[in-house]
Structure formats: structure tokens, C-alpha cells
Design a protein around this ligand. Structure first.
Ligand SMILES: [Zn+2]
Length: 143
């Protein structure tokens, strides 16, 4: 799965959490599930560029101390293994995480499902957070 999509998925799911620790853990769990879906991976330069953009966006919108950013980091962290593996030329079957080896989803040529997932994550990130103090309440006024 494209790392930026992992980040957006983790940030989206983090909105269900009360703490950054929960958010990071659910992000990590989402990584495993997303890696099992059919997907297409990118080359390292494209992965790095898109990931930097996604993390910068999440950090700008929600803040570096937000649940969303913690969820994004938790979701991306497992792919450090892929990064090290690619840089050092380690074959997929020698990687440690099961979803990077035998439980990895089939490789496809289609980016559309990942783009749809990323787009949905972006929309949800921009929605107001109903559980937070800054959420506008019906019938209340700031006057
Ligand atoms: Zn992965």
C-alpha cells in the first residue's frame, strides 16, 4: 500500500480514538489490514514525496500533537521495514512482518482503490470533530 494512503487511513481512524496512544495503535493495525488489500506500490522517490506531503498536510490541519498525526505515524511506521528492505535489497520473503511477506495483498496495476481511500480520508480529515470542544454546537452562539 502506498505509504501516504497508510498515513491518511491512520489519521482518519484516529478520529475514533480518545488518546494519541490509541490512535497510534489503531494506525498500526490499519497498516496490516491495508497491506492485505490488492494494491500497487510506488518507487521510493514517489513514496517519499507523497508521504512527506500527506504528513505535512495532516500536521498542518490537525497539529503535530493531534490524535490524527499520531494515527498517521502509527500507520506508516511498519513500512520502515519496507524502506530498509528496499535500500538494502532484502527480498520480500525475508521481511519480518507477515503482511510484507505471505499475507501481502496481490499486486495490481490499478491505483484507483487507493486514490479513493486517500480521497475519503482527506474528506473526513476536513470534517469538524463532533467530540471536541471547538465543534460548533447547534443553537449556540459565540456572541
Ligand atoms: Zn506495509
Amino acid at each position: 500500500m502506498i505509504a501516504a494512503v497508510h498515513a491518511l487511513l491512520g489519521a482518519t481512524l484516529a478520529r475514533l480514538c480518545d488518546t494519541r496512544t490509541q490512535a497510534a495503535l489503531i494506525g498500526g493495525a490499519s497498516h496490516a489490514l491495508a497491506d492485505m488489500l490488492p494494491h500497487r506500490d510506488l518507487d521510493l522517490p514517489e513514496e517519499g514525496f507523497l508521504l512527506a506531503g500527506a504528513l505535512t498536510l495532516i500536521c498542518t490541519i490537525k497539529g503535530a500533537d493531534s490524535r490524527e498525526f499520531a494515527g498517521a505515524l502509527g500507520a506508516v511506521l511498519p513500512d520502515l521495514e519496507n524502506l530498509v528492505g528496499r535500500v538494502r535489497g532484502v527480498p520480500d520473503e525475508k521481511l519480518l512482518l507477515p503482511t510484507h511477506r505471505h499475507l501481502h495483498g496481490p499486486k495490481t496495476r490499478n491505483y484507483l482503490p487507493q486514490l479513493a481511500l486517500a480521497g475519503l480520508g482527506l474528506v473526513i480529515l476536513f470534517l469538524p470533530d463532533a467530540g471536541r470542544e471547538d465543534y460548533p454546537r447547534r443553537g449556540t452562539s459565540s456572541r
